[in-house]
Design a protein around this ligand. Structure first.
Ligand SMILES: [Mn+2]
Length: 243
């Protein structure tokens, strides 16, 4: 799919086939890199690639918890989703629920147990997703208001919690988790936090963090961007990884 075509130009089946194809390719190359103990950095693409990234790490036998930075829960299934967009489903899939082919990207699903997942930045979701995640006891930090909390503290705390039960952690970072003032170039912006600087501070030097197995940065889309605001933000985020 090229960047000028919208996902709605394709049928549900075509999107599913495409996502499966990318997911199985990505899970294979991530598995190879992780097996050699390389840090895995994935830059996407829509958030459906998370199924491939984290299935690949699990297939390489990495024992990790995941910090999910996002405005959305991404915990739909084909049954609950109105749009049927796979980018709204990766969290359910990683927990072993939803489309069987997506779930089977991991050789031994689920990729994550509920206690191994922490979501932060959340402020736009459907009731079915919230019910599903809260029933499982997933740790969710809701951030509706601007300038209302210290995102850096929250991310540091999440990392510490996960490292109590796993030797490693990973970060799935949807740029729509950031205040859209800094990142308008994304498919589904949502008003509210997080602060760009908090995220930059928390990702600083992460490539050298031996307890971090990988990071993915997703949902950057140059088409809806204006004055390259998002481009500059993503550049700053990437520069911070090796700072
Ligand atoms: Mn997302």
């Amino acid at each position: 799919m090229n960047s000028h075509q919208k996902s709605s130009d394709y049928s549900v089946d075509q999107r599913r086939t495409h996502v499966l194809h990318v997911g199985s390719w990505l899970s294979r190359i991530v598995e190879i890199a992780a097996s050699k103990n390389h840090f895995v950095l994935v830059i996407g693409g829509d958030h459906s690639i998370a199924m491939g990234t984290w299935s690949g790490l699990k297939n390489a036998d990495k024992d990790f918890g995941l910090i999910w930075i996002d405005a959305h829960m991404d915990a739909h299934t084909y049954e609950t989703s109105i749009s049927k967009n796979p980018h709204g489903m990766p969290v359910a899939v990683l927990l072993g629920v939803g489309d069987g082919e997506f779930v089977k990207l991991a050789k031994n699903p689920p990729v994550l147990k509920p206690a191994s997942l922490i979501q932060t930045g959340i402020r736009s979701y459907e009731e079915e997703e919230q019910e599903f995640l809260e029933q499982l006891g997933v740790d969710i930090s809701y951030h509706y208001k601007r300038h209302s909390y210290n995102g850096l503290d929250s991310l540091t705390k999440s990392k510490r919690c996960l490292l109590q039960i796993h030797p490693y952690y990973g970060v799935s970072f949807d740029i729509d988790g950031i205040d859209p003032a800094y990142c308008p170039g994304t498919g589904t912006p949502a008003d509210g936090e997080l602060e760009l600087n908090d995220v930059i501070q928390s990702l600083k030097g992460i490539l050298f963090d031996t307890s971090c197995v990988g990071l993915e940065i997703v949902e950057y889309n140059p088409v809806p961007d204006h004055e390259q605001i998002t481009f500059e933000s993503v550049k700053k985020i990437i520069a911070s990884l090796v700072a």
